[in-house]
Design a protein around this ligand. Structure first.
Ligand code: 13P
Ligand code: 13P
Ligand code: MG
Ligand code: MG
Length: 381
């Protein structure tokens, strides 16, 4: 049986501000999806939250991009939005960019990560879910999980992993994608995915047999809406063990925090802090950006779990480093490189401020020349 594992997420209202979700909203979303399990449209479901975002985890046999499954998520988020509006939560319905669902939820605001596979004798799957950042936050850890033998010992010692992995990379501005096979094209891959504002990893496949290993949500909400409407707080699904990286190899990149785009007003660089489910409530300067990891064993499509994988004292040091990095960056205040570079600010409210000053700019060089001409004329007189 081919199983589809879908995660569809949205921010439909923050409680308070952008820091958390409200239980009434989460329960409303959950009950809509639970109904669909009872009706037999889904095999199983679960709800995860991270900051002000809600993710619906669903297993089913409808394949990726299914109108049935996307429709379920859309209706659940619509119902949840009604509650969020009643409670006047912040940015209620923030990620639902349209009133009309037209068969596929992509491009309508919510983030989507889905993969289809034949369930293995044991199928461990990890769902990563981050708030106050963007899909390119996964570029660095995906590289380390699937292409860096210093992180993933299995690349060297597991015959099924030894041929490496192929990364599908999307240019978020043009919508074009390219597949790069590692280790052969590792440096080409890095040449692209180091540009986190432009390139994001969509899928990772195992070279040994083409099996899907990982998939991420890659929408850029601001590019779709044409303006800042919140960051595209991303989700990612990663399969683990027996021919894929071990759970510990998949989590290891998060033990050393790195800097991602997002944080306050989606306009700052900040460290990605791995946290337990209960600590996924970013409040300091609306951050720092958070990531949770939910581990499931999939059994005949049923979701056994989740376990809260970052709820481990071994990640305390990463949390402390992230705090230290946050302090260093906060020292910069509104100055780059804490605040994002100008091109990334185009999708925020900053252009409105800059527009006001447009007419007041003059050519400094020309003004100096004018003055010189006056002086020369005075000399001649
Ligand atoms: P507003 O208070 O105008 O929404 O801006 C701040 C913010 O939270 C940006 O998302
Ligand atoms: P979200 O993208 O999580 O809604 O956060 C928006 C924001 O502006 C935080 O300051
Ligand atoms: Mg929000
Ligand atoms: Mg969010």
């Amino acid at each position: 049986m081919k199983l589809t594992f879908s995660v569809i997420k949205a921010d439909i209202g923050g409680y308070v501000g952008h820091s958390d979700t409200h239980p009434e909203v989460v329960n409303t979303v959950r009950s809509v999806v639970e109904e669909e399990v009872k009706k037999g449209n889904l095999i199983d479901m679960d709800i995860l939250t991270c900051g002000d975002d809600i993710a619906i985890v669903m297993t089913h046999t409808h394949g990726v991009d299914s109108e049935i499954v996307h429709g379920i998520a859309w209706r659940a988020f619509e119902k949840g939005t009604e509650v969020a509006k009643k409670l006047k939560l912040y940015g209620a319905g923030q990620d639902l960019l349209t009133d009309a669902f037209s068969g596929n939820i992509k491009g309508l605001g919510p983030g989507v990560a889905e993969m289809e596979f034949e369930e293995r004798p044991s199928e461990p799957v990890i769902v990563f879910f981050a708030d106050k950042t963007s899909p390119s936050a996964w570029n660095l850890p995906l590289y380390e999980m699937f292409a860096d033998p210093m992180n993933t010992a299995g690349l060297v010692i597991d015959p099924k992993m030894h041929d490496g992995y192929t990364f599908e990379v999307l240019d978020v501005y043009t919508g074009k994608a390219v597949k790069l096979s590692t280790p052969a094209e590792l440096y080409d891959l890095l040449a692209l995915i180091g540009s986190v504002g432009k390139y994001v990893v969509k899928n990772v496949y195992r070279n040994y047999d083409g099996e899907i290993a990982a998939t991420a949500s890659t929408q850029r909400l601001s590019l779709m809406a044409g303006q800042y409407v919140g960051k595209d707080d991303p989700v990612m699904i990663v399969r683990a063990q027996s021919g894929f990286p071990a759970v510990g190899e998949i989590l290891e990149p998060f033990a050393r925090p790195w800097i991602v785009e997002g944080w306050m007003r989606g306009s700052h660089n900040g460290p990605l802090m791995p946290v337990s489910f209960e600590d996924a409530r970013p409040s300091r300067f609306d951050g720092p950006p958070r990531v949770i990891a939910a581990g499931y064993q999939v059994a005949e499509g049923k979701l056994v779990g989740p376990t809260d994988l970052f709820k481990d004292p071994a990640f305390d040091k990463a949390r402390q480093s992230a705090q230290d990095m946050a302090d260093i960056l906060r020292r910069q205040g509104i100055f780059e490189p804490h605040r994002l570079p100008a091109e990334e600010m185009e999708y925020t409210t900053l252009p409105k401020i800059l527009k006001k000053l447009e007419g007041r700019f003059y050519d400094l060089e020309e003004q100096r020349l004018d003055k010189d001409q006056v002086l020369e004329k005075e000399d001649m007189d």
